[in-house]
Design a protein around this ligand. Structure first.
Ligand SMILES: [Zn+2]
Length: 448
């Protein structure tokens, strides 16, 4: 396939904008880049996709999300509103995830995947929980991802909150799925909930069960509850802080993702930097849960690879860019905070590097020869000069998720001119409404 008449945004470092260009895609990979005139002449019989001057760029990557949270949309929490993060878990997320059955896992995932295709997020790193349907739950999500045609890395969050049997089922599900043969679009890692709900013994059991070279995907210090959970007298190893504890139990490293890290101290940041552990930032979620503001500037200065996730908020990653850009300015009362290039460093370069950890045989996140053809078209008509250098500020102040008109993953067109080609949105929404009604009923029964 030849994509013609494109203004390419390569997201190399440094970034390049190439007007009137074309891309040749073969076998899911970008094989050649040249001017539209050159490549149209060279490949006269190649199938064409005319970008009509739109911006053509790599698909967005989400470093941390939860497909299982889709049915929380519009759901009422019975009783008094949660007062803190622990209560948000106890009143919303834990009774909700326990209410998910196989259908609910399937339609929660498909709901999020429709959103991802429509809004140009082509690689997603998911963190799944469904304590009433653990065995095979990752296969159900895999099926949904394959149906959508997107790229994803999956895991199941192991926790002690539902007893030993379900904890062991969580370990089994991770190991089984990690060992299963994957497609080039599917990867796996080992999920853990958070220090808050994991014992010493469970963490050691996970470390022992995880196949060689596997890292972990875990929430850490999202709230103060989690930060202080290691002081409850039941955990040993390290100096008593969550990151320290994970390090002492061998859970950090270049394949491990720490989500949030809102309350990390300097000593913990040093350990993340030393072990090359990834840290993901989700400002919309942090603001919603009122848990605090992660010091990502300090983390980046220490050399920690900070990425951008969405924690189950919309798969419109430019909304997360905007939240990041605004939150840190108001928090510091300093408009110089959180430069647009810093957001780009996290959302583009670090997210691409993280995706490449899980898809090591490919090059994800840039338009260069040899990179995977994960591509979006953005119908943006700039009223001012647009350059490779000022693009981040166009994204922050001019881009909307619905400017994405075409989404391609591994050379397969998933959405063309805003028409979904792999997923039937109306059918998925109708099935999701049936399934979510059952889920809400089970959720409400837990409060009676
Ligand atoms: Zn999360």
């Amino acid at each position: 396939m030849l994509i013609t008449n494109a203004t390419l945004v390569t997201w190399e470092d440094p970034n390049r904008l190439l007007a009137n260009h074309a891309l040749l895609i073969e076998g899911g990979v970008i094989r050649e880049i040249g001017t539209s005139a050159q490549l149209e002449k060279k490949y006269p019989n190649e199938e064409r996709l005319d970008a009509r001057g739109q911006l053509v760029m790599p698909g967005n990557i989400c470093a941390h999300t939860h497909f299982y949270g889709a049915f929380a949309r519009g759901m009422a929490i019975p009783g008094d509103a949660p007062e803190n993060f622990k209560q948000i878990l106890e009143k919303l997320w834990w009774p909700l995830d326990k209410s998910l059955d196989e259908e609910a896992v399937r339609y929660s995932a498909l709901t999020c995947l429709v959103d991802a295709v429509k809004h140009g997020t082509t690689t997603l790193i998911d963190h799944h929980a469904s304590p009433s349907f653990i065995d095979g739950s990752l296969d159900v999500i895999e099926e949904a991802v394959v149906r959508a045609g997107l790229r994803a890395c999956l895991c199941y969050e192991v926790t002690d909150r539902d007893g030993t049997e379900k904890m062991r089922a969580g370990i089994r599900e991770n190991v089984r799925f990690i060992q299963k043969t994957k497609s080039p679009l599917l990867a796996a890692t080992f999920g853990l909930h958070a220090p808050l709900t994991l014992s010493d013994a469970t963490l050691d059991e996970c470390r022992a069960a995880a196949p060689e070279g596997t890292g972990f995907h875990i929430h850490v210090s999202e709230s103060e509850d989690d930060k202080y959970s290691v002081f409850d007298g039941t955990k040993s190893g390290g100096g008593g802080w969550p990151v320290d504890w994970l390090n002492a139990h061998g859970a950090l490293g270049p394949s491990t993702i720490i989500a949030h890290g809102v309350h990390l101290d300097e000593y913990e940041m040093d350990q993340l930097a030393d072990t090359e552990t990834w840290l993901t930032h989700q400002p919309r979620s942090n603001m919603n849960n009122a848990v605090g503001v992660a010091d990502v500037d300090a983390a980046l200065e220490k050399g920690i690879k900070v990425c951008l996730g969405n924690d189950g908020f919309s798969n419109a990653m430019w909304d997360e860019w905007k939240a990041t850009y605004l939150l840190h300015k108001i928090h510091a009362l300093d408009p110089r905070k959180m430069n647009g290039m810093t957001v780009t460093q996290m959302a583009i370069y670090n997210n691409a590097a993280l995706a490449n950890v899980f898809f090591p045989m490919t090059k994800v996140g840039q338009l260069t020869v040899g990179a995977v053809a994960d591509i979006i078209f953005v119908d943006y008509h700039s009223p001012t000069e647009l350059s490779a250098g000022n693009l981040p500020w166009h994204i922050l102040f001019g881009f909307q998720a619905d400017l994405v008109t075409t989404t391609i993953v591994a050379g397969n067109v998933l959405m063309k001119d805003r028409i979904l080609l792999t997923l039937d949105e109306a059918e998925i929404a109708a099935k999701a409404r049936e399934s979510s009604a059952k889920t809400w009923k089970k959720y409400n029964e837990k409060f009676q």
